[in-house]
Design a protein around this ligand. Sequence first.
Ligand SMILES: *[C@@H]1O[C@H](CO)[C@@H](O)[C@H](O)[C@H]1NC(C)=O
Ligand SMILES: *[C@@H]1O[C@H](CO)[C@@H](O)[C@H](O)[C@H]1NC(C)=O
Ligand SMILES: *[C@@H]1O[C@H](CO)[C@@H](O)[C@H](O)[C@H]1NC(C)=O
Ligand SMILES: *[C@@H]1O[C@H](CO)[C@@H](O)[C@H](O)[C@H]1NC(C)=O
Ligand SMILES: *[C@@H]1O[C@H](CO)[C@@H](O)[C@H](O)[C@H]1NC(C)=O
Ligand SMILES: *[C@@H]1O[C@H](CO)[C@@H](O)[C@H](O)[C@H]1NC(C)=O
Ligand SMILES: *[C@@H]1O[C@H](CO)[C@@H](O)[C@H](O)[C@H]1NC(C)=O
Ligand SMILES: *[C@@H]1O[C@H](CO)[C@@H](O)[C@H](O)[C@H]1NC(C)=O
Length: 411
Amino acid sequence: MHIPLLLLPVLGALTQASPIISRASSWPNAPFTTSGRDIKNNLNETVTYAGVNWPGAADTMIPEGLQYQSVSTIMTKIKDLGMNVIRLTYAIEMIDDIYENADTSLKTAFIQALGETNGTKVLNQVLISNPSFTENTTRLEVFDAIAAEAYTQQIYVHLDNHVSKGIWCCGHDDGNAWFGDTYFNVTSWKRGLAFMASHASSWPAFTSISLRNELRTTTNGTGDNWVSWYENMIPAADGIYAANDQPLIFFSGLNYDTQLGTIVNGNDIGNGTAFSLHDHAYADKIIWELHNYANSATSCGSIRSSLRNQGYNAMEGGNVTNKAPVLLTEFGFDQNTASQSVYAQCIKEYLTGLPGGPGGWMQWVISGSYYIRQGEQDKDETWGLLNHDWSEWRNQTAADYTKSFVDATLV
Ligand SMILES: *[C@@H]1O[C@H](CO)[C@@H](O)[C@H](O)[C@H]1NC(C)=O
Ligand SMILES: *[C@@H]1O[C@H](CO)[C@@H](O)[C@H](O)[C@H]1NC(C)=O
Ligand SMILES: *[C@@H]1O[C@H](CO)[C@@H](O)[C@H](O)[C@H]1NC(C)=O
Ligand SMILES: *[C@@H]1O[C@H](CO)[C@@H](O)[C@H](O)[C@H]1NC(C)=O
Ligand SMILES: *[C@@H]1O[C@H](CO)[C@@H](O)[C@H](O)[C@H]1NC(C)=O
Ligand SMILES: *[C@@H]1O[C@H](CO)[C@@H](O)[C@H](O)[C@H]1NC(C)=O
Ligand SMILES: *[C@@H]1O[C@H](CO)[C@@H](O)[C@H](O)[C@H]1NC(C)=O
Ligand SMILES: *[C@@H]1O[C@H](CO)[C@@H](O)[C@H](O)[C@H]1NC(C)=O
């Protein structure tokens, strides 16, 4: 397990007595940078992420599960698996609201998303489970509370812009698919990223931020081309870096974040230009992120070769042009049927067996249920590590899979 405390006697021996305390209290030893395919903390130690997605980007735009459990109880469950990071998702619409009025209160957010009766009921449950909140606590203050608890429990916070309009993600036809899509206002998006990067500078546990979850074509086929990707992603990353030069910046690819090979390999994006890390002031902050849901695969070989083509060759010791760490920020499966599947076993075997050390990952998803998903309130999540009321593991065999994956990653 990658717990700095275990290293303290060694560090102490190397560096005199007093740094023991300061090193312990300086977690997370940020800012992080990259060195080739590794992430390094400010002690030049390799940091590998092993964690879970905590969604907060759907209709309510409030991190899920708080009607059933407190922030600290949920964080403790995550910590019990030995995990060291959460991928906390948010919607740009939350920041648009902040610019347009003030941030929406929990009361307003729940009533808007769930209706007067159910919204009031769920709000009251949230306030019982989380007595430090009131009906006037804002959505952003809930994110602050999660980040504060993450710091207390030494869990890194990775912020993920999941969608523009706050709804379940992701489809071609949801209006959040590609730059300029119905809800995907590029100006708002860049403003929102910079806002969150700046806001999160006050969270000590905050170590990284993504540009956008799962880019994809819109209903009319627009999107999924590298020139448009480049034209939008680079200025957005520049804006994050200008707002806060500390966090790592995660770049996702095309087709639901399953293609990054062109960028990793520095190939022509289609107009005679190629991406080069060294063109960017934040070259040592760039992370490549990919998703994999090849759940029905019958051979690990096919999963491995597609990951390699999608950008994982950067982690396999290849001489790639734009070598940077590659992280699997989403993968997951039905907790009651699939933890022994070829897919689940292969993802674990592949990431933990990479030459040069394990690759980082975040499983989809911690949620036992959602306030609302695709119109259905209190929707159960069969892929959730936790059960419906977020009190216990949904399936002990599946939780054991995840725990052993964490242990094999944070060696
Ligand atoms: C960081 O550690 C690596 C070995 O992992 C070493 O090669 C490098 O010189 C170190 N860098 C610094 C700044 O100490
Ligand atoms: C309100 O919540 C109940 C479950 O508590 C659910 O059956 C009902 O469908 C919800 N109402 C709406 C409008 O979704
Ligand atoms: C929330 O704000 C409203 C309006 O300012 C106020 O009337 C109410 O007392 C506040 N509620 C709490 C619990 O502070
Ligand atoms: C296709 O959809 C995009 C995004 O919604 C829009 O900007 C574009 O104008 C549409 N193109 C056509 C040909 O309808
Ligand atoms: C996009 O958002 C900006 C604010 O960020 C706003 O000024 C602009 O009008 C919006 N554009 C459209 C087409 O809605
Ligand atoms: C290719 O497109 C990108 C994004 O618009 C642009 O930055 C770059 O200058 C273009 N390259 C050429 C050679 O026109
Ligand atoms: C790595 O590839 C680059 C071209 O991308 C080439 O210039 C360089 O010589 C290669 N290095 C090795 C060690 O093969
Ligand atoms: C838990 O998952 C395992 C492995 O997929 C499965 O065999 C078992 O039936 C599941 N347990 C329940 C109660 O569904």
